[in-house]
Write a protein that binds this ligand. Structure first.
Ligand code: AMP
Length: 515
């Protein structure tokens, strides 16, 4: 039966004896073995009572077993909902309730903490472990390595990825088979991926970058990946000579640049370095070229749209730009207020239309309608400009989104918690430049009159309530927040005031000396 995504990505693995994954400890996993794991996972989803269209939520460490749940979900027609491993049980509860997932798969070590919440949300809880010893792994192992793949059409949902909005509450972006497959096809072609490629894969697989961009392309091209549980400098450097391509967030590149082992020789076997998910500084681009001889290819996209633009594989890769709209993707720069297209060279809202653009937010028809123009263009919230050569640059974000180490943080959620802390009158959370994370979360607090809130105690109070990457790297006290005549906090002024906060000490000192 037809299931375009499964047929294109997973079915071709059957009988492939070549490795699909190179794993830490010099183990390998063949395409055929992974194919069997996916079909067994599909059988386990079915045995757990899930039918096509049902949702499976997964908060588990990156491993082949975890990824096989993705393949299994596609085979079974079940909607795959991967969740950031940093989310707290309270945060997970929101997703389960919102999308009505009937099954939650988690790491064995977290099962106890997640149990009461899963029960409250009416979701069955099973475990997935990197070594295959979870309860869901056992259920999968008991299934045959054959599965009657569910029939699915291009418009059927394949995945639900939660992405935060300006309100602080996450929305589930509904991604169809066609959304994922069209983007994988275009990128495979644009970036010249073939079965000879070995991708150095250190990105998380709960996010569009590591899951769809990196994994789907490798699968579609018939390539292989060095599948690492996370970013580890020594592991990256150790594996680099065996890889042909790497995809990373800018933090990967700055961390590698900080290591003297990064040289021309180390990267001699590589053919492509891709960066995305957050802005890559032009100076990082140039430093990388000077050290390795490779020009990083920067691309731009988001959860809702998959990838939108890319610098060219063959033409000039312009530092500080994200390149051109991908084939089949329409892009325009529009007046943020009216949606009227703006002339070339002007800064405005980036809007996009094409087979890559999601179907809408789960159970939020009004929110979905607000983010689309009448002619079907999606309003990204990013502000951009197209230069005289047609390259798009991202100049800012209309939303207050902070991107720290490739993870998105929306200030509102944290501000609400800070405002509730004793002695705090109000707060503002901003992103400021950080040498390692790109941007770091910084909070400023205005005390109640006569009060002196303790930033250390307030920081401690956030632990366990929100994921670590969302927790402010610094909490500072100030007298008042700058506001415009409409009473709106001027975060741009705060960002300017604290832009040096995480700068290297010598840079800060030389600037304050007028150097
Ligand atoms: P996410 O949905 O987590 O992938 O985050 C999407 C957001 O990340 C976009 O709306 C942009 O604001 C930002 N983003 C992605 N790629 C880039 C890039 N190459 N340069 C600057 N910002 C980017």
């Amino acid at each position: 039966m037809a299931n375009p995504l499964f047929d294109a990505l997973f079915a071709p693995l059957e009988g492939r004896t070549r490795p699909l994954m190179y794993l830490p400890g010099d183990a390998t996993l063949s395409g055929d073995a992974f194919h069997a794991m996916c079909l067994r996972a599909a059988g386990a989803l079915k045995a757990a009572g899930l039918k096509p269209g049902d949702r499976v939520a997964v908060q588990a460490a990156k491993s082949p077993h975890m990824l096989a749940v993705y393949g299994g979900a596609v085979a079974a027609g079940v909607v795959f909902l991967p969740l950031n491993t940093g989310y707290t049980p309270e945060e997970i509860g929101y997703f389960l309730e919102d999308c009505g997932a009937s099954l939650l798969l988690a790491d064995p070590a977290r099962a106890e903490a997640l149990g009461p919440m899963a029960q409250r949300c009416g979701a069955r809880l099973e475990t997935v472990a990197p070594d295959g010893t979870g309860s869901f792994d056992a259920l999968a192992a008991a299934q045959p390595a054959a599965f009657d793949v569910a029939a699915r059409g291009p418009e059927d949902l394949a995945a639900l990825l939660y992405t935060s909005g300006t309100t602080g509450r996450s929305k589930g972006a509904m991604l169809t088979q066609e959304n994922l497959l069209s983007n994988a096809r275009v990128l495979t072609e644009e970036w010249r991926f073939t079965e000879g490629d070995v991708l150095l894969h250190a990105l998380p697989v709960f996010h569009t970058h590591g899951l769809f961009v990196a994994t789907n392309i490798t699968l579609l091209a018939g390539g292989a990946m060095i599948f690492l549980p996370g970013f580890d400098l020594d592991a990256m450097i150790g594996w680099m000579p065996k890889a042909t391509a790497m995809m990373g967030v800018p933090t990967f590149y700055t961390r590698l640049l900080d290591d003297p082992r990064l040289t021309h020789e180390l990267t001699g076997h590589m053919r492509l370095f891709v960066s995305g998910s957050a802005p890559l500084l032009a100076e990082t681009h140039m430093a990388w070229e000077a050290r390795t001889g490779h020009r990083i290819l920067e691309r731009y996209g988001m959860t809702e749209t998959n990838m939108i633009t890319s610098n060219p594989h063959d033409g000039a890769r312009k530092a500080g730009t994200v390149g051109f709209a991908l084939p089949g993707v329409e892009l325009r720069i529009a007046d943020p207020a009216t949606g009227a297209p703006l002339p070339a060279g002007e800064t405005g809202m980036i809007e996009v239309r094409g087979p890559n653009v999601f179907k809408g937010y789960w159970n939020m028809p009004e929110k979905t309608a607000e983010e689309f123009r009448e002619d079907g263009f999606f309003i990204t919230g990013d502000l951009g400009r197209i230069d005289e050569d047609g390259y798009l640059s991202i100049v800012g974000r209309q939303k207050d989104l902070i991107i720290t180490g490739g993870y998105n943080v929306y200030p509102k959620e944290i501000e609400q918690m800070l405002d509730d802390a004793p002695g705090v009158r109000e707060s503002a959370v901003i992103g400021v430049p950080h040498p390692d994370f790109g941007e770091a979360v910084l909070a400023v607090l205005v005390p109640e009159p006569g009060a002196s809130p303790d930033p250390v105690a307030i920081a401690a109070g956030l632990q366990g309530r929100i994921a670590r990457f969302k927790q402010p790297k610094a909490i500072l006290l100030i007298d008042s927040l700058p506001r415009n005549t409409m009473g709106k906090v001027q975060k741009n002024l705060l960002r300017a005031q604290f832009s040096d906060h995480f700068a290297a000490p010598q840079a800060r000192a030389s600037r304050s000396n007028g150097g």
